[in-house]
Design a protein around this ligand. Sequence first.
Ligand code: 5AD
Ligand code: SF4
Length: 448
Amino acid sequence: MEGTDKKKVYIETYGCQMNVADSQVVLSLMQEEGYEPTERMEEAHLILVNTCSIRENAEQRVWGRLDVFRQQKEQHPNTRVGVIGCMAERLKEKLIEREQSVDLVIGPDAYRALPDLLEEVESGQKGVNTLLSREETYGDILPVRRGKNKISAFISIMRGCNNMCSYCIVPYVRGRERSRDPQTIIREVEQLAGEGYREITLIGQNVDSYKWKDARNNPHSFAWLLEQVAKAEPGVRIRFATSHPKDLSNDVLQVMARHPNICRHIHLPVQSGSNRVLKAMNRRYTREWYMNRIDTIRSYLPEAEITTDVMTGFPGETDQDHRDTLSLMEYARYDFAYMFAYSERPGTRAARKMSDDVPDHLKKQRLQEVINLQNRLSATSKEKAIGKTFRVLVEGPSKKSKDDYQGRNSQNQVVVFPREETKTGDFAEVKIEKSTPGTLIGRLADNQ
Ligand code: 5AD
Ligand code: SF4
């Protein structure tokens, strides 16, 4: 660590896409301070870990990493270690009490304080800031995107969550909802398109609650923003995540139908198929209402694929509740799902008011049944694609063979094909010949 070299910052990111986007904001802030990003922890002056609190095992993983960072610090005493993100927000000073090698603890709304807090650390103190904000969107900060292929990017459009699902830690660690100035969003879209990006995903904890009041106090919705973005760069694919089923409006579906560059994919977390459980979760929709949303999506966008999040073993979940979840999954014919066993999070309504009474083995058994069913649904959904031709955004070599390339279609399905002349970043027309539950396999449509 020679004094003349630029100082280096190393950042590890856990959790959702919001954290990925936030890490890019943090890198941008640190670059302003003269730091250079590095992929090698060993040469870093500052090690940051951007953390997730959504389930207990997400936090366990971070504790494991902090052990490694402590050892690194023992060898290089000038290294500083910072815990940022959701776990920093949840545990605050307790993090330092348990892990003395941590110098900095910074919550998701306090990243601008990082340089000042670092100075405090240099004067021998610990730096802690976990204030949540009603305004912070980091809208003026241009994220530093470091991926190798500059094809696909996330843009954060709103932060926080007002929903208060009873199991969820997010409202506590990410604060109230606030939306980003649309001008800064469009500017970023145009800039990314200019740099050659071909796909942009608008992200937020609940994108459908995007709300912006212009100078004349006229409100603008997510449907409006989505259309502005789609029109700004018709050559760029637009995705968005995540939608809350109670907030996904028909306006959004209509905007999607009008703009072919908005991808035919909706991630619509269902969590449970039982009305009783949905009520206890405070999801504010019923099974019937959700089914109706599925029907409506399919009527506007017949070619769309729908994906979801499912949770098993919520407090009080009975066998019948579980069977309701399975039958709703069958109804929705999901193409893909993220599936979890319920994990009690301290401070949430479920933790305070309900007993975590589904035994672990039953949570896991139900989870396995959900996974088995989803495998079957994924297989059926992929089989439907055989014989069809899709426009695929080429992401690069496939995992299994360098002669095969892979990318995604508009439906967000992974497509693998013999590469021939295609390059990363191309749009290729691929005709599907075979499928697995996770992948479509085909060849370039022009070369048959
Ligand atoms: N336990 C298990 N899964 C959870 N999720 C959110 N909170 C919990 C929890 N306490 C899941 C939900 C959500 C996804 C991001 O994580 O399915 O949609
Ligand atoms: Fe994890 Fe939620 Fe924080 Fe994302 S917002 S990192 S999912 S706790």
